[in-house]
Design a protein around this ligand. Structure first.
Ligand SMILES: *[C@@H]1O[C@H](CO)[C@@H](O)[C@H](O)[C@H]1NC(C)=O
Ligand SMILES: *[C@@H]1O[C@H](CO)[C@@H](O)[C@H](O)[C@H]1NC(C)=O
Ligand SMILES: *[C@@H]1O[C@H](CO)[C@@H](O)[C@H](O)[C@H]1NC(C)=O
Ligand SMILES: *[C@@H]1O[C@H](CO)[C@@H](O)[C@H](O)[C@H]1NC(C)=O
Length: 459
């Protein structure tokens, strides 16, 4: 939490007057999410309502008698949550309390129906999490009925006992609801926790706007900050427009709709490139299946290689990404373009690497996006062939037509394997502890991505 607080001023300094911006995602929670919360919230609410009632002082006899009163059980079949436009969420619940009054000589059991009503205000706090607070709460008691025909009880006594129980419960029940809301706030606070993206990189989300609440949904802007070695990744925003999730907003009936801006993808790729994660080395060994390239093969196409290496030597490819890959989001598909440079080296007997030549490569890939375990992940496949051109050569002129097939065969599969392993690790989506995205659908739109998803709480 201290980290989160100290980060604020730092970012203000970093961003003041600088034409950079942090990527924003839009998170919309729909009615279906409230239905889900109502469903999973019943048990904890029922448990919270099982409070301790104080003893009842029975004045009906000449002698003042203290009688123990105990809630045996709470049955809460209905919990209903709905959005209150411009404000928050209304909670209504109906419960039956089974109460035992340890009266002498004969104990009695009552069923007391209670309706609970609470309005919960939803706001954003300064550290960028959502905070819920109860603005009004009331409990409405209906007349109790006695169980198992114990109608030896006078109506007068029944009224007195009920009055005692109501007086006790009316404050306590709202306090219990308030306690649950506080627990929920702690939980919601986990949104701003750092999630690892790679070994030295993280992502942190925070809510930047007051949530917009209508009777159908609650929507908020959630900023993403990617960190590499503790430093935020900052990129100028193309077009300088803040991200707004256009309509339509993904599948109807989904619990959550999350819109991710192009800017987030740009920052994520910049981070991967800066971290060097996109670079790879395709090692060489003689008679290797992974890299069948050797100097005798190359020598058949490049005479100078044959001259310098009369004995076959393994060949190593060093793939470096100097330029940040470019992701393009089109309607229904996305592409990734990489411009790596490849150094081709021969491993001499002394095992020192000897530079042969280098190539500028352009690779166009299809990028498929999917969600699993609250992470957006990707997988790539080739889109057309590689484009290769010689950048520098230590082995004279190279006929690209001759070398093309050889190099692209050796290069393509390791590159795709490497990228898919990396993109498959994915990037955490906005979420809170133990909340998972389930049955997610990813739609790619011109310049942004929309995820429609169910949510599931799993400890
Ligand atoms: C409470 O019990 C009464 C009588 O059994 C029943 O009619 C009513 O539906 C119950 N209400 C709730 C909320 O369980
Ligand atoms: C309860 O009261 C009703 C009428 O008020 C009566 O008919 C019934 O017999 C009583 N039951 C017991 C167990 O006393
Ligand atoms: C060099 O590569 C060619 C083609 O893969 C292969 O036939 C040959 O055995 C290799 N030579 C050595 C020494 O690995
Ligand atoms: C995108 O996919 C949807 C659903 O498959 C289809 O209805 C729509 O026509 C597609 N749009 C384009 C531009 O291909």
């Amino acid at each position: 939490m201290a980290g989160a607080c100290s980060l604020g001023p730092l970012l203000v300094l970093l961003l003041a007057g600088v034409s950079v911006s942090l990527p924003v995602t839009v998170v919309r929670l729909n009615k279906a999410m409230l239905d889900y919360v109502s469903d999973i919230g019943k048990v904890p609410l029922q448990r919270a309502l099982q409070v301790t009632v104080s003893d009842f002082l029975d004045r009906s006899d000449a002698v003042l008698q203290s009688t123990r009163v105990q809630i045996l059980g709470v049955h809460l079949p209905h919990l209903h949550l709905k959005f209150i436009a411009g404000f928050g969420i209304r909670l209504s619940a109906a419960a039956n309390f089974t109460i035992k009054v340890f009266r002498v000589p004969e104990p009695m059991e009552l069923v007391l129906p209670v309706a609970l009503l609470a309005d919960v205000h939803v706001a954003r706090d300064s550290i960028g999490t959502l905070v819920l607070s109860i603005s009004t709460c009331s409990s409405l008691f209906s007349p109790a009925s006695t169980l198992d025909g114990s109608n030896s009880t006078s109506q007068e006594l029944l009224d007195l006992v009920q009055e005692h129980i109501r007086a006790d419960l009316s404050n306590m029940l709202c306090l219990q609801v308030s306690g649950l809301v506080q627990d929920l706030n702690v939980h919601l606070g986990t949104l701003i926790g750092l999630s690892p993206v790679g070994p030295e990189s993280q992502i942190r989300y925070s809510v930047t706007s007051t949530p917009t609440i209508t009777s159908n949904y609650m929507s908020m802007d959630v900023r993403a900050i990617l960190f590499l070695l503790g430093k935020p990744i900052l990129l100028p925003l193309h077009g300088a427009h803040p991200f707004v999730l256009p309509r339509p907003l993904g599948a109807e009936g989904a619990m959550a709709t999350v819109g991710l801006s192009q800017h987030l993808f740009d920052c994520a790729l910049l981070m991967l490139q800066k971290a060097g994660s996109l670079n790879l080395e395709i090692t060489g060994q003689l008679n290797s299946k992974n890299n069948p390239l050797n100097t005798s093969m190359l020598g058949q196409l490049i005479p100078e290689v044959a001259r310098q290496f009369p004995e076959p030597m393994p060949v190593v490819l060093k793939v470096q990404l100097g330029a940040t890959p470019v992701v393009t989001l089109h309607t229904n598909y996305s592409t990734l373009q990489l411009r790596p440079s490849v150094e081709v080296l021969a491993a001499s007997p002394s095992s020192a690497l000897q530079f042969l030549f280098s190539l500028d490569v352009m690779v166009n890939l299809n990028l498929q996006l999917f969600v699993s375990k609250a992470k957006l992940r990707g997988t790539t496949s080739m889109l057309g062939g590689l484009q290769l051109s010689v950048a520098t050569s230590n082995v004279g002129s190279i006929d690209m037509d001759q070398v093309y097939t050889l190099i692209s065969t050796v290069f393509q599969k390791p590159l795709l394997d490497h990228l898919n392993a990396l993109l498959g690790m994915g990037i955490a989506l906005p979420s809170v502890l133990n909340l998972h995205y389930v049955h997610s659908e990813v739609s790619i739109c011109e310049g942004y991505v929309v995820i429609s998803s169910g949510l599931a709480y799993q400890r």
